[in-house]
Design a protein. Structure first.
Length: 73
């Protein structure tokens, strides 16, 4: 869903304190991480997950994780 991190990068540039990017394609996640660095953003401060989004959302729900905003595109 996050692909190369376009929404994620913009969220971080806009002041988001935490961004979690999830995509099934590990290559897309690698590009998202690179896009963070190319935009002067510390990739280590954000979560990049190469996983199936539905399963990750179930895990987050079970963990009680909450988000201010979720973009599913």
């Amino acid at each position: 869903f996050s692909y190369t991190g376009g929404f994620s990068v913009n969220a971080a540039l806009g002041g988001a304190k935490q961004v979690t990017s999830v995509d099934l394609d590990a290559d897309a996640i690698a590009l998202a991480r690179r896009n963070f660095k190319e935009n002067g953003l510390p990739a280590e401060a954000h979560d990049f997950l190469a996983a199936e989004v539905g399963e990750v959302l179930k895990l987050f729900a079970a963990q009680g994780r909450q988000f201010d905003l979720v973009i599913l595109d």
